[in-house]
Design a binder for this molecule. Structure first.
Ligand SMILES: [Zn+2]
Length: 151
C-alpha cells in the first residue's frame, strides 16, 4: 500500500524565518528555491537562489513545500526532493513518511521549537518530544517495472 498526498506550499510564519532558512520564493507565482542570506538593517530579508538573488519585494513571501495527506495533515518534504516537488505543486504524488530523527549527544541545547533544554548532538535542533512530533515526507520514486513473461 502506498500513501497518496498532494504537494502544496504553505507560507512560513515570521518566527520560522532566519538566516539560512530555505524556502520556495513566491509572489503570485512560484519563483524558485532560495535561501535567506541575511536580513537588512530595515528588516527585509535578502535571499539567494538560482532564479532570484536580491531583497524580497513587498509582494513576495517564502513558503515550505509540504505533502498534505488524505487526513489533511501537513508534512514538510525533505529538501532533497524539493527540486522535483516544485514542479508538482497541487498534484497528487506517492510519498512515505520518514522516522523521526533524534541525534543523541553531550551538547547542551535549547529546542528551537519549544525552548526546552536537552542533551543532544551538535546539530540536533529539536528536543526529543518535538522531533518525535515532526515527521518529514519523502517522495516515492517510481521503480522501473519489469514485465513478467509468465502467463
Ligand atoms: Zn522541543
Amino acid at each position: 500500500m502506498s500513501n497518496l498526498g498532494r504537494v502544496c506550499i504553505v507560507p512560513y510564519k515570521p518566527n520560522e524565518l532566519s538566516t539560512g532558512t530555505k524556502g520556495i520564493l513566491c509572489n503570485n507565482e512560484v519563483i524558485g528555491i532560495v535561501e535567506i542570506d541575511h536580513q537588512t538593517f530595515s528588516g527585509h530579508y535578502c535571499v539567494t537562489g538560482d532564479n532570484y538573488k536580491d531583497i524580497m519585494e513587498e509582494d513576495m513571501y517564502l513558503a515550505g513545500l509540504y505533502i498534505k495527506t488524505e487526513d489533511k495533515k501537513l508534512h514538510l518534504l525533505i529538501e532533497s526532493d524539493w527540486d522535483i516537488a516544485i514542479n508538482k505543486i497541487n498534484q497528487d504524488v506517492k510519498y512515505k513518511l520518514l522516522d523521526p530523527a533524534f541525534e543523541d549527544g553531550g551538547y547542551h541545547k535549547l529546542c528551537v521549537k519549544c525552548g526546552a533544554a536537552f542533551g543532544g548532538s551538535k546539530t540536533q535542533q529539536l528536543c526529543m518530544t518535538c522531533s518525535s512530533n515532526i515527521r518529514f515526507a519523502k517522495l516515492q520514486r517510481k521503480r522501473p517495472r519489469i514485465k513478467s513473461l509468465n502467463v
